[in-house]
Design a protein around this ligand. Structure first.
Ligand SMILES: NC(=O)c1ccc[n+]([C@@H]2O[C@H](COP(=O)([O-])OP(=O)(O)OC[C@H]3O[C@@H](n4cnc5c(N)ncnc54)[C@H](OP(=O)(O)O)[C@@H]3O)[C@@H](O)[C@H]2O)c1
Length: 312
């Protein structure tokens, strides 16, 4: 069962679990309902405990990967109750149902549980979130690590990749690293200039992930039945500038179309953003028997996904 399977990260988990590993997948849907999906899906609002319990009872999953979030920063700050319910409450509902039915829970979490000065943070580094999103993800992590009978936390960071469920969503730069490479590739291939944001109050250094590789690591957490906290990201930590230049190299793009400068809009509405969220994933690599991919390996695989629509 993959919550948020119609979202960006979730659609990659669905694809890897089904295509690479032959899993039967159920996706509980919210607003976006896929047509002609190769997997089973049914409406299920994760903030409704009875609906989650009924869905888990019906499908009886071995594993629930919980990737769903309310991904609307304005709304998170405007409506704190809805925000808390959709992060911490939904995670509680998933964990409660999983415990009754004996399923393993893998919560997808984030490098933004750190404060931006702790890098390279290991799986054992105590979190210290500095914005509401980070606080709610940290609280959700605790629900899993303290409350799940069989639970794991899979932190992803700077996620790049194809959104397989909604490939035509506009990809734009944001204060994090998500969609960063796709937005550069889209712009430069269209002959448009692209300003790589550089500022003290945005996420300037991170450890990029490729969504399919993070999904593969989650599969191993499930298959090897690991519990605890894992960093499901790549090997290399980079600045925005370094990532932009590496993307140009791997995608054969003209770096003369890149500019470097401050964001031109109030991108996070005044909420603090962690500066350096580098992750150290070596303990995860060891636990999962997985060799962390270098940045150029991740970007080369992403180019195959982006251009050919197939998993590398
Ligand atoms: N993207 C990144 O760079 C990044 C970085 C670090 C961590 N993460 C983590 O990765 C996970 C997925 O993020 P994403 O970027 O893939 O987000 P996303 O594309 O916005 O997907 C969120 C998904 O959650 C679903 N959802 C939201 N509320 C729901 C509800 N009440 N009931 C059922 N489903 C609900 C959405 O369905 P509807 O659209 O139908 O509402 C959507 O499928 C999150 O846990 C996030 O913290 C992402």
């Amino acid at each position: 069962m993959i919550t948020g399977g119609t979202g960006f990260v979730g659609s990659n988990i669905v694809r890897v679990f089904m295509e690479t590993h032959g899993a039967d997948v159920l996706v509980p849907t919210n607003i976006h309902v896929p047509t002609n999906a190769a997997y089973e899906c049914e409406p299920c609002d994760l903030t409704d405990p009875a609906a989650v319990r009924a869905s888990v009872e019906r499908f009886r999953p071995d594993v629930i990967v919980h990737a769903a979030i309310l991904n609307d920063y304005d709304r998170l700050y405007r409506d704190r109750h809805a925000a808390w319910d959709s992060y911490v409450g939904a995670t509680r509902n998933v964990v409660a149902a999983a415990n009754v039915l004996g399923a393993k829970v893998v919560l997808v979490s984030t490098d933004w549980v750190f404060d931006g000065t702790q890098g390279p943070a290991t799986e054992a580094t105590p979190p210290n979130p500095i914005n509401l999103y980070g606080v709610m993800k940290m609280a959700s992590e605790l629900v899993v690590t303290e409350g799940a009978d069989n639970g794991a936390v899979a932190r992803v960071s700077g996620v790049n990749g194809v959104h397989w469920a909604r490939p035509h969503t506009p990809r734009v730069q944001d204060p994090g690293f998500g969609y960063f490479v796709a937005s550069i590739v889209d712009s430069l291939r269209a002959g448009k200039r692209f300003t790589v944001w550089e500022a003290d109050d945005i996420n300037m250094v991170a450890t990029p992930s490729l969504a399919t590789e993070s999904a593969e690591m989650m599969w191993r957490i499930a298959e090897l039945d690991r519990v605890g906290i894992f960093h499901c990201c790549g090997r290399d930590s980079v600045s925005r500038r370094e990532l932009a230049l590496a993307a140009c190299d791997i995608f054969d793009l003209d770096t003369r179309l890149l500019d470097f400068g401050p964001p031109d809009v109030d991108v996070m509405h005044g909420a603090p953003i962690p500066f350096d969220t580098s992750l150290d994933a070596s303990a995860t690599a060891e636990a999962l028997g997985y060799e962390l991919p270098s940045l150029s390996e991740l970007l080369s695989k992403f180019r195959v996904h982006y251009e050919q629509g197939v998993l590398a």
